[in-house]
Design a protein around this ligand. Structure first.
Ligand code: GCU
Length: 641
């Protein structure tokens, strides 16, 4: 394995453990992994007197564990192998604190049973999308030279990192299943099984993205109709073979009738028919189908003002509530559009009480700077998971999810894993939030990744990351309008890039105003997809939060925001402020020598040069565009080109 950054598991993070005698009580694969970790840390594995006892006692939820300390002994009692492993990593996070004084028993259990990462990796290098679709960290860690890699040591290191943040499911291929990748389900099974073997000791089950047309593509059938008995038999047999090769196979991920992928619509069937077809094949083996709700018309006529892409997932899926099999998880993007830096929370998440729903997040920074810009996304994810669709007294999104969480990975074969070294914080945060949606993982990540970091180094990292999502939002698309990116690759500004395209992503700026009217009264009706109070809150310009104003309303440039600023002045001010903030961060990193490892500082500085260039480009294009459209000058008379 080439030299790979240890991320949040550097040897130094294990130093407190290394000085201790550790007893591990338990049998099985994961107990073996825990023993391996203890030895690797340099600690003494003992069978008698110990400073730390890690004990596996079947029963109390296999992933849960209880930590306590009494009479100089730290104990972890886990309900199963995974809990033992998570308990060990909890001790690593605590560091010396795990071995100081007494500690009252504290139980830890995940908020969600399914905590998944989806890789959009292709086996082959796709002519347009590259090997990892929307990947900004090099090639795939799973595949090279048109097949599963022979050497999977990098995957093993990855699985270890994921176990340390509690991820327990990984889908290993792209949701857009091309011809070559469709065969992972059949011809490549022995190789896919090798990946599963590498993930298993870390408590991670493998999932595959499959093509709905597999019976046609791979089985020689003329149809993939979910109600056709031959098609059903094909899926049952194929799934049987997968299970024989991978006994703990997790299940299928499906993107159907979406952006050109095949699906049940071709046969006059709906998404419940489609999902239940695969669910039936998986059920005898304990597998689940993650069926994605990202379904919309991507061939829309931009002249047609009645169609609203934001409405699509709800319109397709909400009527199907109650029709999905128990082992179907409907996987819903956190916002109604597509991972923009600011979107409302998807109303689908509140519309299907009889369906197991998962929320889908995007760790890979497709629309948030592509790992060239710093953009720490945990604050956005916390907002989504903590959103209360039924108002202050109702449950949060996280509390209502029964299918857990999924997110698109940001990892590739880059030595830092994520391209931008600070993008590691996003992956770390995702895992920790999937376990505990109220967590605030940044300090943990800093302490583990940069053990012994001086206060000035910690301050620099906080300063760079804490506000970075807001900063990115400031210099890109304003007030929730989104989509002012270059079409195709989605990097950099292009205010009208998507305006006259079929993708349903418009801002409708003219000389008088901007924004999409999604009200019930005069617009597309999208606001009415929310339960009260949000349907009312979003319906009115007066109560709609500023940051989402242009998502829900078309307003004149002179409209006065709750902040007191006009829309046009807000556009100018935030774009100047966003760039000024990046300039400030660049200057801070100019003084970073000696604070953090030299390779990290060098890589971050390199990326900041591009972030600043790009932020200025965004500022100037957006400001100039709106000055020209509106004719309203900047009240502070700054340079707009
Ligand atoms: C986005 C992204 C695509 C991806 C799609 C999806 O539109 O740009 O690359 O395939 O989401 O989530 O399916």
């Amino acid at each position: 394995m080439t030299d790979v950054h240890p991320a949040w598991l550097p040897d130094a993070a294990f130093a407190p453990l290394a000085a201790r005698r550790v007893r591990v009580v338990g049998e099985g694969l994961l107990a073996g992994t825990v023993r391996g970790e203890v030895t690797r840390a340099g600690a003494r594995l003992v069978t008698g007197d110990a400073d730390v006892v890690l004990e596996q006692r079947e029963g109390d939820g296999p992933e849960a564990y209880e930590i306590a300390r009494r009479d100089g002994v730290t104990t972890v009692v886990a309900g199963g192998g995974p809990g033992l492993l998570y308990g060990l990593f909890h001790l690593v996070r605590l560091g010396e604190e795990a071995f100081a004084g007494d500690r009252a028993p504290e139980r830890h259990a995940p908020a969600h049973a399914l905590r998944m990462l989806d890789h959009w990796d292709n086996v082959d290098v796709h002519p347009v999308m590259g090997q990892v679709e929307r990947g900004y960290a090099g090639g795939s860690i799973f595949y090279a030279d048109g097949r599963v890699r022979e050497d999977l040591s990098r995957v093993a290191a990855y699985a270890r990192l994921l176990a340390a943040i509690g991820i327990n499911r990984v889908a290993v291929n792209n949701v857009n299943v091309h011809r070559r990748e469709a065969r992972l389900l059949t011809d490549d099974l022995p190789d896919v099984a090798r990946i599963a073997d590498v993930l298993r000791p870390w408590g991670i089950r493998l999932h595959l993205s499959v093509s709905f047309a597999s019976p046609v593509l791979l089985g020689g059938h003329t149809s993939a109709d979910p109600l056709d008995p031959d098609v059903q038999a094909w899926w049952a047999a194929a799934t049987e073979r997968v299970h024989a090769a991978i006994p703990d196979f997790g299940g299928y991920v499906v993107k159907a009738d979406s952006e050109g992928q095949p699906g049940p619509f071709a046969y006059g069937r709906d998404h419940a028919d489609g999902a239940n077809l695969l669910a039936r094949a998986l059920a005898p083996h304990g597998g689940v189908v993650h069926w994605r709700a990202f379904v919309y018309d991507h061939r829309q006529d931009w002249r047609d003002r009645t169609t609203d892409r934001a409405r699509a997932a709800y319109d397709h899926f909400a009527p199907l509530d109650g029709r999905f099999a128990d082992n179907v998880v409907v996987q819903v993007k956190h916002g109604p559009m597509d991972f923009q830096v600011r979107e409302p929370v998807s109303p689908v998440l509140a519309a299907m009480p009889r369906t197991r729903l998962a929320v889908e997040l995007q760790v890979t920074q497709e629309y948030t700077g592509q790992q060239r810009h710093v953009c720490y996304l945990a604050p956005a994810w916390r907002e989504a998971l903590g959103f209360r669709p039924w108002g202050e007294d109702g449950a949060t999104v996280s509390e209502t999810l029964r299918g857990g969480v999924a997110a698109v990975s940001n990892v590739g074969d880059d030595p830092f894993w994520t391209g931008h070294p600070l993008a590691q914080a996003n992956l770390y945060a995702y895992g920790r939030l999937a376990w505990d949606p109220d967590a605030d993982p940044l300090d943990e990540w800093v302490s583990l990744t940069f053990p012994g970091a001086a206060p000035a180094a910690r301050a620099l990292l906080h300063d760079t990351l804490d506000r970075s999502r807001r900063t990115y939002e400031d210099y890109t698309a304003p007030l929730g309008v989104g989509w002012m990116v270059r079409p195709g690759h989605h990097y950099g500004p292009d205010v009208d890039g998507y305006e006259y395209t079929p993708w349903g992503t418009y801002h409708f700026a003219d000389r008088d105003g901007i924004g999409v009217d999604r009200t019930v009264a005069t617009g597309t009706g999208y606001a009415g997809q929310y339960p009260r109070p949000w349907s009312d809150v979003y319906e009115s310009r007066d109560t709609c939060p500023d940051e989402l104003l242009l998502f829900f309303h078309h307003v004149p440039y002179s409209h006065v925001l709750a902040s007191g600023s006009t829309v046009i002045q807000h556009v100018y001010d935030t774009h100047f402020a966003g760039v000024a903030e990046v300039e400030r961060i660049v200057a801070a990193w100019d003084r970073a020598d000696g604070l953090l490892p030299a390779d990290v500082v060098a890589r971050v500085r390199g990326r900041l040069v591009e972030q600043l260039r790009s932020a200025r480009e965004w500022r100037d294009q957006v400001n100039t565009y709106f000055l020209r459209k509106s004719g309203v000058p900047d009240a502070r008379r700054r340079t707009i080109h």
